[in-house]
Design a protein around this ligand. Structure first.
Ligand SMILES: Nc1ncnc2c1ncn2[C@@H]1O[C@H](COP(=O)(O)OP(=O)(O)OP(=O)(O)O)[C@@H](O)[C@H]1O
Ligand SMILES: [Mg+2]
Length: 248
């Protein structure tokens, strides 16, 4: 297999859990500096695909390249060290620990206390809630607030690639807006974002690149706008964009 110049390249990835393949030959590129959004129905393999990037699921076939480095076979920790951080679909804060302690955990690979302190300062500026609720138990925060703290924690390593699995899950419309704005902010800071979203229309609008995954395969990929405007995809996943045709 040839090395790739792409920032992230999925090349013929086949993966599953032993009971058959869930990802059935997936190939696409994630451009550097952008937001790439994967959409698709429940059970189509979106979370599984993200887990192949972070090393939690090992592909049976194919390769994933990160700036020319093959990721398949690397441990989650090695992948983290390369600059790829994933925020999982389910809430992942330690509820009994404080907000500040949770964010500091994001720096567990770092040794230099000064660097950690500087990054904490930056994070407090970016995420006021980290300062305001520093000493509160993470479990006392609302779902949306916990999401923001999870983002804050993942940025402590200053990752090049941020992988987000359905960050909008369970959030009310107002929090949803803040959450999407935060993703934009992370991207504007130079982080490349790869995310999965059920809130497909809103997510694709802010994405540079979109991928539709269906039954473990790429059904369509293109710019966010291409995917949004594809009539078939719109009808299937975005609540209908096909103009109603007269019945006679
Ligand atoms: N740990 C696991 N062990 C066995 N099978 C699994 C495991 N996790 C997921 N699966 C199966 O793999 C398939 C794809 O699941 P996956 O979670 O990747 O889909 P998804 O697109 O993220 O769905 P959702 O939109 O519900 O989050 C499903 O059939 C699911 O039952
Ligand atoms: Mg999922």
């Amino acid at each position: 297999m040839a090395e790739s110049n792409a920032f992230v390249r999925f090349e013929g990835v086949v993966a599953g859990y032993g009971g058959g393949d869930v990802i059935k030959g997936v190939s696409f590129d994630v451009p550097q500096g952008g937001v790439t959004c994967i959409v698709g129905p429940n059970g189509s393999g979106k979370s599984t695909l993200l887990k192949t990037v972070s090393g939690l699921v090992r592909p049976r076939l194919g390769q994933i390249w990160f700036k020319g480095t093959p990721l398949v076979g690397k441990s989650p920790k090695e992948i983290l060290k390369l600059g790829i951080v994933q925020v999982p679909q389910n809430h992942s804060l330690f509820r009994e620990m404080t907000v500040e302690e949770n964010v500091e955990l994001g720096a567990f690979l770092l040794r230099d206390r000064k660097v950690i302190a500087e990054r904490m300062d930056t994070i407090r500026e970016m995420f006021p809630i980290v300062a305001e609720r520093a000493k509160d138990k993470a479990g006392s925060l609302s779902g949306g607030q916990q999401r923001l703290v999870e983002f804050a924690r993942c940025l402590m390593l200053e990752p090049e690639l941020v992988v987000l699995d359905e960050p909008s899950m369970g959030l009310d419309p107002k929090t949803l807006h803040a959450m999407f704005a935060t993703i934009k902010m992370m991207n504007n800071m130079g982080r490349t974002v790869l995310l999965v979203e059920q809130n497909a229309r809103q997510a694709l609008k802010m994405s540079h690149f979109g991928v539709v995954l269906e039954n473990g395969q790429v059904r369509l990929s293109g710019t966010g706008t291409d995917v949004l405007n594809n009539p078939e995809i719109g009808a299937l996943y975005l609540g209908g964009t096909i103009e109603a045709k007269p019945s006679h």
